[in-house]
Every structure is written in structure tokens, then in C-alpha cells.
Design a protein around this ligand. Structure first.
Ligand code: HEM
Length: 432
């Protein structure tokens, strides 16, 4: 079990390679199935998805104390109602309107980088990207600029990530550290709670004609949900806002961090991205309409999410009995699908560990093999937002700088709630 805690990626890869399409092991006193074929993944996430719940999964235990009963954590009819309510704010046609927010915020970050760019000072790029995606998300989704409280909000989100991102083994090797992180979590939760409640109250006070809620304007989640009227309580809204903020920023930041790192390690691919960005944009800011003309950028991000899926494991519990690959799955059993395993499975991918964005050039993949955004009904509601944001940030950065990993810097994936570089990502931004 120690190897599972210390290197979960190596553990699940070994299980899949040694025992095949479905494996069974014991963890924390219970039986866990790991499904290692696209067919089995599809069965649990889509075809027989109704028989699988998030309730009582380890993710649920980690996230529910903060997120309450929002879209990510709810189940059954309650989830269906919430999904219906939130979906309009995340349609491709809705998220396109956020393009200016993305490119402005990225240009602002480049501006703040200017002294470091001029002096060649290394930057903690992953931290900067996390702050960037958090700022973009709060502005786009809440329709609010958190200017004054933005920094505190960022710190609170970070404290929460530090707590929910770390699994605490039993027995706990460092109870004092756990207690410190939990105290930080409680303070952060109270702060986030206060901020979201204040935003909701001011939105309610401003009424339906609040700036940003008019036709043709970039809509926002808060307005879309509030327009559902009395059906949505402040409690529901708070859960939803925090859910979207927590589910949406760290994941997108990690997809960008890994993309920038891989492009640095593959100069030929980076040159293709630069050529495309220069040719299509000619120095002007990128817009949502450009997305279709930036396939090389899109593929660079997609391939990075194949090799380093920000969400690397999905877990469910069986509601009723099921049979998968000849195994009888009892009600209540924990069943997992790992993007890390499926995305690098040698049976399905040529040179599975190589960064080759062109493999996404028109290729049709087996259903549920490539799952950066999950699958079935519970597929990521923010996927169009995430892709728009990642490609526009990549294009905007590419216009100004070339990011180089610092010589000798060790890059190692660490599987917490998201798959992140264990030592961060320190890079030097060279002017172009
Ligand atoms: C590259 C960025 C992202 C990745 C890799 C990602 C990945 C995922 C995955 C794998 C799931 C499904 C989890 C499961 O089935 O257990 C999911 C669900 C979800 N994501 Fe994302 N996500 C990203 C960006 C976003 C963004 C930008 C938002 C919001 C703005 C968002 C909001 C959500 C929500 C609310 C759910 C729950 C959906 C439901 O259960 O109906 N995500 N995401």
C-alpha cells in the first residue's frame, strides 16, 4: 500500500500493465476496481452511468466540506436540475464572449513580467498561471473584478488546495502539519464563503439590469442562475460559484503549465505554434473567432493533456450490482478510471510517452480513450471555456515571449487532486 500512497501513478500503471483491462486491489480496507480499457470506462461513465454515483467516493469526501452540494458533488435528480440550470452559461456560444477577458488578463500578466523578461529572472510560471486563470474565471463567471480582495481570494483558494490536495494516510505521519493545514482550510473556507455571499448579495441588490447581464454582453454564471428566480437559494448559488471557481482554475492552469513545459522540450513543435500564431494573428490580439484557425495551438494543448491529464483519476461507487469484464461488482464498490493509464496505454497509442501533437490531426479515437474532461453525462461542463482559455492564453504568450525551463530544473509529476509538477515550473521568459 505504501507504493500506492507514495507513487500512485507508478502503482496504477503497473497494475494495468501487469493485470490487464480490469484489476482489483484493496485500499483503505475496501475493494477497488481499476478499469483500463476505453470500453469499460465508457460502461461506467456513460452506458451504465446511471448505476454509478459520486456519493461516498474519496473525491466526494475531500470536496464536499468546501463545495457543499454544487454541480461537481451532487447526484441524481438534484445534479440533473443543477446541470440544466448551469449549462447555458457554458455553451460554446456563451463562453466565446469571454475572449477579451482572457487576452486582456494575459497581457496584464505579461506586463507584470516585464522586469523579469528584461533581466532574464526566472518566474514561477505555474503560480502565475494559477493566479491568471483564477482572475479570468472570477471575472468571467461572476461578472466581477475582485481587484481589492483578489489577492486574499487567491491565497484562500491556495490554502484550500493545499488541504484538499493532500491525502492524509492512516496513521498520520505528521499530525501537527495536518492540523495546521486544516486550520488554514477553515479560515479560507470562511473567507471564500463571505466573498461569494457578498457578491451574490450585491448582484441581487443590483437586480436584473446589472451591468453585464444585458443581451449581447458576456453573460455570467451568477446572472444565468439568478434568472432562474426563486428556485435558486443563496446557499445553492454559493455552492455553485465555489464549485466552478475551484473546478475551473487549477485544472486549466495545469494544462497550460504542462503545455509550456512540453513545448520548451520540443523546439520543433514550439516553432510550429509560433509560425501559426504569427501567420493567423499578425500581432493583433487573439479572438474567439480565431480558434478554428489555430489548430496547431489546439493540438499542442490536447497532447499536453494526454500526457499530463490535469484530472488523472475519476472514481465512482456502484449503486446496484454490475458485471464488468467478468467480475461481479457488488453494490457500494469503488470503481476507478484513470486518464493517466488510458492516455498512455501502449495498446492504443503509438509511442505513448512521446509528445506528438499531430496525432490529433483528424484522427478518430476509440470512444472514452481520451478523457481529459471525463465522459458521459458528467463530462466537464467547463470544457469549452477551458479550451478557449488555454488556446488564447497560449497564443497571447507566444506572441511576446519564448518560455524556457531553467537549466537543470527537475520536472516531476505529482498526483494530488490535479496532476501538477511537484517542484512547480520555474521558467525564464525570453522576449521574441
Ligand atoms: C483543462 C481544464 C479542465 C479539466 C482538465 C477539467 C476536467 C474535468 C473532469 C475530468 C471532470 C469530470 C469529473 C468526474 O467525472 O468525476 C470535470 C467536471 C467538471 N468541471 Fe472541469 N475541467 C477543466 C476545466 C473546467 C472549467 C474551466 C470549469 C468551469 C468554468 C470546470 C467545471 C467543472 C464542473 C462544474 C464539473 C462537474 C460537472 C458535472 O458533474 O456535471 N472545469 N472537469
Amino acid at each position: 500500500m505504501a507504493v500506492m500512497r507514495e507513487s500512485p501513478l507508478a502503482f496504477i500503471t503497473e497494475l494495468a500493465r501487469t493485470y490487464g483491462g480490469i484489476t482489483r486491489h484493496r485500499a483503505d480496507g475496501e475493494t477497488v476496481y481499476l478499469l483500463n480499457t476505453p470500453e469499460y470506462a465508457r460502461h461506467v461513465l456513460k452506458d451504465n452511468g446511471a448505476n454509478y454515483t459520486k456519493e461516498g467516493t474519496p473525491d466526494d469526501a475531500m470536496l464536499r466540506p468546501l463545495l457543499g452540494n454544487g454541480l461537481l458533488t451532487s447526484n441524481g435528480d438534484d445534479w440533473a436540475r443543477q446541470r440544466q440550470l448551469t449549462a447555458p452559461a457554458f455553451r460554446p456560444s456563451s463562453v466565446r464572449t469571454f475572449d477579451g477577458i482572457v487576452t486582456d488578463a494575459t497581457s496584464g500578466m505579461l506586463e507584470r513580467w516585464r522586469p523579469a523578461i528584461e533581466t532574464g529572472t526566472p518566474l514561477a510560471v505555474d503560480d502565475h498561471l494559477t493566479a491568471l486563470t483564477l482572475g479570468i474565471l472570477t471575472r468571467a463567471i461572476l461578472g466581477a473584478d475582485l481587484d481589492g480582495i483578489g489577492e486574499g481570494f487567491g491565497r484562500a483558494v491556495d490554502a484550500v488546495n493545499r488541504c484538499i490536495g493532500h491525502y492524509v494516510p492512516d496513521p498520520d505521519p505528521d499530525p501537527a502539519d495536518t492540523a495546521r493545514r486544516f486550520a488554514g482550510f477553515s479560515r479560507a473556507r470562511a473567507f471564500l464563503d463571505m466573498v461569494t455571499r457578498t457578491l451574490i448579495a450585491s448582484r441581487r441588490a443590483a437586480g436584473p439590469s446589472a451591468p453585464g447581464s444585458g443581451p449581447g454582453h458576456a453573460g455570467n454564471l451568477l446572472d444565468t442562475m439568478m434568472s432562474a428566480g426563486h428556485l435558486v437559494s443563496d446557499e445553492d448559488l454559493r455552492d455553485q460559484v465555489l464549485t466552478v471557481v475551484m473546478a475551473g482554475h487549477e485544472t486549466t492552469a495545469k494544462s497550460l503549465t504542462w503545455t509550456l513545459h512540453l513545448l520548451d522540450r520540443h523546439p520543433h513543435e514550439a516553432a510550429k505554434v509560433r509560425e501559426e500564431v504569427d501567420r493567423v494573428l499578425g500581432g493583433r490580439p487573439a479572438r474567439a473567432e480565431d480558434l478554428a484557425d489555430l489548430p496547431v495551438c489546439q493540438r499542442a494543448v490536447k497532447e499536453a493533456m494526454r500526457l499530463y491529464p490535469p484530472v488523472w483519476l475519476i472514481s465512482r461507487r456502484a449503486v446496484g450490482a454490475d458485471v464488468i469484464g467478468g467480475y461481479h461488482v457488488e453494490p457500494g464498490t469503488l470503481v476507478c478510471v484513470s486518464q493517466w493509464v488510458l492516455h498512455r496505454h501502449p495498446e492504443y497509442w503509438d509511442a505513448p510517452d512521446a509528445y506528438r501533437p499531430d496525432r490529433f490531426d483528424g484522427a478518430s479515437l476509440p470512444s472514452h480513450l481520451y478523457l481529459p474532461f471525463g465522459g458521459g453525462d458528467r463530462i466537464c461542463v467547463g470544457q469549452h471555456f477551458a479550451m478557449l482559455e488555454a488556446v488564447l492564453v497560449l497564443a497571447t504568450l507566444t506572441q511576446s515571449v519564448r518560455l524556457e525551463t531553467v537549466e537543470g530544473f527537475e520536472v516531476e509529476p505529482e498526483a494530488l487532486v490535479t496532476l501538477r509538477p511537484k517542484h512547480g515550473m520555474t521558467m525564464i521568459a525570453r522576449p521574441r
